[in-house]
Design a protein around this ligand. Structure first.
Ligand SMILES: Nc1ncnc2c1ncn2[C@@H]1O[C@H](COP(=O)(O)OP(=O)(O)OP(=O)(O)O)[C@@H](O)[C@H]1O
Ligand SMILES: [Mg+2]
Length: 234
């Protein structure tokens, strides 16, 4: 099982840079689940991901639409499921179809709809650091699809963070070294990933329910009630 990679970013741009670099590893059909309190940086992370995917359009919170799609080197579906009342509503969004779309899908608050997601994604947990502009970013590979890229992930993180926080790379030995190139169309080393949401490969680890937001002073964060209209800018 891949150990989580943990780094601290100082400032939104650093989070974007990290996400943009991670986009190099993205492949068609990938799912990225963003976990973190209000204002933790999920949208900022998505903006960086978008930049790394070659998306020129400005990415904002998909507050009204729930889903926004962007065209890039790889297309990106950006979802924010904060306002979904029930997991069932997530199904109505057509998640499965979107995942089949050869695009990358990123879901803010994705942990809240985990039961309807394939057990195969990169979970990015963002939490507040000690300083106002510090964020702890934890990358957890859930399922084979991302676990297989564990070492590449660690390499990218090391490169971007420049030894900053000494990322805890535990380097899983499980992937081909040539894997680091930008998403070549074929899912080179992992096969079954895009075959269907729920049942495929009940990957042995289940980190998804380990209590994402239990560390750090995040509880002191913003009010629990965000107003959709003004969150859109970032
Ligand atoms: N290190 C950092 N990483 C990311 N954002 C940071 C950082 N430091 C400060 N910020 C600021 O924190 C805010 C993060 O906002 P963002 O909209 O990305 O949060 P969010 O997690 O998407 O919130 P919401 O749950 O409301 O969608 C931005 O205003 C950003 O400038
Ligand atoms: Mg957001």
């Amino acid at each position: 099982m891949t150990g989580p990679l943990v780094v601290t970013t100082t400032g939104a741009e650093a989070t974007r840079d990290l996400a943009a670099a991670l986009a190099e590893l993205a492949r068609p059909g990938d799912l990225v689940v963003l976990v973190g309190d209000l204002g933790a940086g999920k949208t900022v992370f998505t903006q960086g991901l978008g930049r790394g995917l070659g998306i020129d359009e400005q990415i904002t919170s998909p507050t009204f639409a729930l889903v926004q799609s962007y065209v890039g080197r790889l297309d990106l579906h950006h979802l924010d499921v904060y306002r979904l009342d029930q997991v069932n509503e997530a199904l109505d969004l057509g998640l499965a179809e979107m995942l089949d779309d050869d695009a990358v899908m990123v879901i803010e608050w994705g942990d809240t709809i985990a039961p309807v997601l394939p057990h195969d994604y990169l979970e990015v947990r963002l939490s507040y650091g000690d300083d106002g502009d510090e964020r702890r970013v934890e990358l957890v590979a859930v399922g084979h699809r991302w676990s297989a890229r564990g070492r590449a992930l660690a390499t990218v993180v090391d490169r971007v963070m420049g030894g900053d926080d000494g990322p805890a790379s535990e380097g899983p030995a499980d992937e081909g070294p040539a894997d680091e190139g930008p998403a070549s169309e074929g899912p080179a080393s992992e096969g079954p990933a895009d075959e269907g949401p729920s049942s495929e490969g009940p990957a042995s680890e289940g980190p998804a329910d380990e209590g994402p937001a239990d560390e750090g002073p995040a509880g002191a964060g913003p009010a629990p009630d965000r107003s959709p209209a003004d969150g859109g800018g970032t």
